[in-house]
Design a protein around this ligand. Structure first.
Ligand code: GLY
Ligand code: MN
Ligand code: MN
Length: 440
């Protein structure tokens, strides 16, 4: 299961068809990053670059020159080097790149400075991702400067620079059926991990033991990396949105919030479940949990084609505000509390974000300053939560330190939506019976 060369080629063509005439787009691979001294972090290709090439090696660059007769898609990559390959593994090399990736032409990256000048010269406009990588920005400017310096000799330097991101990210926002299959697979692997972690949870273990179970399960099932640092927060830690120390002991009476998802073939999943350490909710935990679940259901119901991007968020705000008023945790008329943003004390983030190759995926949320409408092929998370700070002295003690989030990955379909991350116990009843069965 993967993206075909034909699809990679179609992506390049789609992008080129939207570029202004007589222009060139230049994209660089991700730079390896140092963890410390000479140890690097695991390399992961830049999503934009991979989206257009399917090429996972560092030290590479892609030039797209629509309308160029000899070759429209030109890749620069590391040359084959048997000696180097003995140390750091397989290198595809330019010759094989043409064949394997279906790229029009390829050259050694060492030769880029000579060749790229000829590709840029004569083009009116350069598209690239500006302002993200100083080194790359400087290189592009150097190339332009050289061409400018030769203007007297008849060189035609580009005089317009455009951010590539918008065109490219609109393409990435709408997922193809092959992409959806990979996202489904990523979600399926994550579902297994969540179920395994939920099944082994018991008071007395450390949060990182559940993290270990997730990572073990992800890797055993073919994922080579989590899509983001896993959050395993027990008790008060569930109220810290980006908690990731994951090193506290899980106590009886704690709720455990796990926000974890694997990446599979460059596609992310992002799932949260919250469950009681003992397998049995306290009445207060259950009451809060039921509100969040209702909010999630209402938000998912609102995530349909043609609806505003904001509709699911609004639905979740309504359900959470009403629920908290019913429990006496907020006082006043729900409509007024929504207007005043009073709910933000308990629900301080939005209901979701695009998800795709990046866990917080690319794509605009507004068009002309208006929330955009949902379309088939978009994938968003739906993840409402209620977090009652342990220091919130305005509410009775029994409510403090309860943190609940429920998160799924939702594909917008032609007629409504489909939850990609199905299969993890989610209702109170499902969680309690699953955990109790796992114990015996
Ligand atoms: N795991 C990051 C998020 O839920 O957005
Ligand atoms: Mn998440
Ligand atoms: Mn998320």
């Amino acid at each position: 299961m993967s993206i075909s060369n034909r699809e990679f080629s179609k992506r390049r063509k789609d992008l080129m068809s939207q570029m202004e005439s007589n222009s060139i787009a230049i994209l660089a691979s991700a730079s390896p990053s140092i963890r410390n001294n000479d140890a690097e972090y695991q390399y992961r290709q830049n999503s934009d670059f991979y989206y257009l090439t399917g090429f996972s090696e560092p030290r590479a660059l892609l030039a797209l020159i629509p309308g160029r007769r000899q070759a429209e898609a030109v890749l620069f990559c590391q040359e084959k080097d048997k000696e180097k390959e003995l140390w750091s593994g397989f290198i595809l090399g330019p010759d094989a790149a043409i064949e394997e990736l279906g790229i029009d032409d390829a050259y050694p990256i060492e030769d880029i400075d000579e060749i790229i000048l000829g590709l840029i010269e004569g083009r009116d406009r350069i598209y690239y991702s500006m302002g993200k990588d100083n080194e790359f920005d400087a290189r592009v400017m150097d190339w332009v400067r050289i061409i400018r310096s030769q203007a007297k000799a008849g060189s035609h330097p580009p005089n317009e620079f455009q951010v590539l991101d918008h065109l490219l990210h609109e393409l990435r926002l709408i997922k193809s059926s092959a992409e959806i299959k990979l996202m489904e697979k990523a979600a399926k692997i994550s579902v297994k991990g969540h179920k395994a972690a939920m099944a082994m949870c018991k008071p007395g273990i450390k949060e990182y033991e559940l993290e270990a179970e997730l990572l073990y399960s992800f890797t055993r099932n073919g994922s080579r990396s989590p899509a983001y640092v896993s959050i395993v927060g027990a008790g008060d830690n569930a109220c810290i949105l980006h908690y990731d120390s994951n090193d506290a002991e899980i106590k009886p009476g704690d709720l455990v919030l796990i926000d974890a998802g694997c990446e599979y073939e460059y596609y992310a999943s992002d799932i949260t479940r919250t469950f009681p350490a003992t397998g049995k909710f306290s009445p207060e935990q259950k009451a809060i949990y039921e509100i969040v679940l209702k909010a999630q259901e209402a938000a998912i119901e609102a995530a349909v084609p043609g609806a505003s991007w904001d509709a699911p968020h609004e639905a979740s705000v309504k359900a959470i505000t009403r629920g908290l008023v019913r429990l006496g945790l907020m006082r006043g008329a729900p409509s007024q509390l929504i207007k005043n943003l009073a709910y933000k004390e308990f629900y301080m983030h939005r209901v979701g974000h695009w998800i795709g190759m990046d866990v917080h995926d690319v794509g605009d949320y507004k068009i002309d300053n208006q929330w955009r409408l949902l379309e088939p092929g978009m994938v968003t998370t739906i993840e409402p939560g209620i977090y009652i700070s342990p220091n919130n002295t305005k509410v009775p003690k029994k409510w403090r330190g309860i943190g609940v989030r429920i998160e799924d990955d939702v594909l917008i379909t032609k007629t409504s939506n489909r939850i990609l991350s199905m299969g993890i116990p989610k209702t109170v009843k499902e969680i309690e019976s699953y955990m109790s069965a796992a114990r015996y």
